[in-house]
Design a protein around this ligand. Structure first.
Ligand code: GNR
Ligand code: NI
Length: 176
């Protein structure tokens, strides 16, 4: 097992569109295991392959309190989205930043699991938000894109300084 390095906003690699996984082979399973380990260590409730500079459509999530319910989504697609809700979001690629984002409240998703089997999932609450946040990553989108350009630029400048100063996740950027 080993940890993967997480890219930080405004890294241009975070803007890439990930490619569909053609075959859930051993390399993909190894990637999933390393992503889960990296997510739990961070700690976070989700991680998209894009964030670890792998541009394939792979997502891991665990929204359980006990961190014992890992969920893998390969080639996830939103089939239906309903309602609307606001939630304070954070992102491992935008450390120390928490802002409210409005999104559909419920989603029906199709995906492939780590055994290569297709499945569907109905999600609401935090899981629905997390799935949408992770699929956004696979499409090169970040939650700060839902904020005003002024806010996003302030966050970008703050993160650029934090990265220049060594990008220590234990020493998060100062709030404005
Ligand atoms: O750990 C995370 N928490 C979180 C909180 C609210 C909405 C979305 C998230 S996902 C985030 C981990 C991450 O950056 N995933 O891409
Ligand atoms: Ni994120």
């Amino acid at each position: 097992m080993s940890l993967l390095d997480i890219l930080y906003f405004p890294d241009a690699q975070l803007r890439r569109t990930a490619s569909p996984v053609e075959n859930v082979n051993g390399d993909v399973v190894t990637l999933i295991d390393q992503m889960l380990e990296t997510m739990y260590e961070a700690p976070g409730i989700g991680l998209a392959a894009t964030q670890v500079n792998v541009h394939q459509r792979v997502v891991v999530i665990d929204v359980s309190e006990e961190n014992n319910t890992p969920l893998t989504l390969i080639n996830p697609e939103i089939l239906q989205a309903e309602g609307s809700g606001e939630m304070q979001e954070g992102c491992l690629s935008i450390p120390g930043v928490y802002e409210t984002v409005k999104r559909p409240a419920e989603v029906k998703v199709s995906a492939i699991d780590r055994e290569g089997n297709p499945f569907e999932l109905d999600a609401d609450g935090l899981l629905a938000v997390c799935i949408q946040h992770e699929i956004d990553h696979l499409n090169g989108k970040l939650f700060v894109d839902y904020l005003s350009p002024l806010k996003r630029n302030r966050i970008r400048k703050r993160l650029e300084k934090w990265i220049r100063d060594g990008a220590d996740p234990d020493d998060l950027p100062e709030r404005p």
